[in-house]
Write a protein that binds this ligand. Structure first.
Ligand SMILES: C[S@@+](CC[C@H](N)C(=O)[O-])C[C@H]1O[C@@H](n2cnc3c(N)ncnc32)[C@H](O)[C@@H]1O
Length: 218
């Protein structure tokens, strides 16, 4: 769910730096051809990710949840020439779409795709990342987060998507919609993060809710 009125959202998108034309084509292709296109992070979140990459000077990015490769390409576009996005997904079939569009972009070469179960692939990584974007299955959010915290470079930060889950995490916000299992996992995850005093965090009610989290290194 979008918490913003569509006119406000579109105005905000118009006034923001946006991903490239190839990225827009990839988004449109996904909307037209994939039944789960709602999983795309969308233009405003892609713009925010690009801004955060630019602001922080991030060079090494890890993404959990590639889908059709939209957010990976948007992040790669914001990286310098020597930057890299490593993106993980369990679904290999869908990579025909991501590769088709990444190959059309000069930034596609910055993306390295890994296939497999997120937790297993995370355990096999032995480098540090400046930004980690968690956007895969909600059941594993807390386990992903714990592993990702160990993979963060000094000063690095984690961005976690969908933490408001269309507002379901807020009791009584949506009437007549049953809380599904993901709601339970996300409520637990948000409580887990908010209660940790070793973390600096802010939850933005943009798109489906975006949690920005970093270690308190003071
Ligand atoms: C919300 S989509 C990612 C959207 C993408 N970040 C974007 O904005 O364009 C979530 C992805 O997570 C993947 N996924 C789900 N469970 C997973 C798991 N256990 N390990 C790895 N990937 C998983 C799904 O296959 C799906 O492509």
């Amino acid at each position: 769910m979008n918490f913003l009125n569509d006119k406000i959202l579109n105005y905000s998108i118009e006034k923001s730096s946006s991903p490239s034309e190839v990225c827009n084509e990839l988004e449109e292709f996904t909307i037209e051809n994939h039944p789960l296109h709602r999983m795309l992070c969308g233009k405003l979140e892609a713009s925010l990710l690009g801004f955060l990459i630019n602001l922080s000077g991030a060079r090494n990015i890890l993404e959990l949840g590639t889908f059709t490769g939209y957010s990976a390409l948007a992040m790669a576009e914001a990286l310098p020439e020597d930057g890299q996005v490593i993106t993980i997904d369990k679904n290999k079939k869908i990579s025909t779409i991501s590769n088709q569009f990444w190959n059309k972009s000069e930034h596609g070469k910055k993306i390295h795709q890994l296939f497999g179960d997120g937790l297993e692939v995370l355990s096999s990584l032995n480098k540090k990342f400046d930004l980690i974007f968690i956007d895969a299955d909600k059941r594993n959010y807390q386990a992903y987060f714990d592993k990702c915290l160990d993979l963060l470079a000094e000063g690095g930060f984690i961005v976690v998507d969908n933490v408001l889950w269309s507002g379901r995490v807020v009791p009584d916000f949506i009437e007549e919609v049953e809380a599904d299992k993901s709601t339970k996992y996300l409520v637990e995850f948000n409580d887990y993060i908010s209660e940790r005093e070793d973390l600096i965090k802010t939850l933005l009610p943009i798109r489906d809710g975006i949690y920005l989290i970093k270690k308190d290194e003071k």
